[in-house]
Design a protein around this ligand. Structure first.
Ligand SMILES: [Zn+2]
Length: 66
């Protein structure tokens, strides 16, 4: 369904803050479309994705949430 294309970033040095900011911007519409979903957990390692973030990839193992 949703292809995680944002992961293919140009290889300039992005800080984690910039990556997260980009993720927030690019996933905002997904967040709204999926409003009402409960907190997601990582399918690979089981880590919970905080409900008030727009992370698309697990913080721990980088597995995509979608
Ligand atoms: Zn994980």
């Amino acid at each position: 369904m949703n292809q995680p294309n944002e992961e293919q970033q140009p290889s300039r040095a992005l800080t984690l803050q910039e990556i997260l900011a980009n993720a927030l911007k690019s996933t905002h519409t997904h967040q709204e479309a999926k409003a009402g979903l409960e907190t997601k957990t990582c399918a690979r390692c089981g880590a919970a994705r905080p409900a008030d973030t727009a992370l698309r990839y697990c913080d721990y193992c980088s597995n995509p949430f979608y």
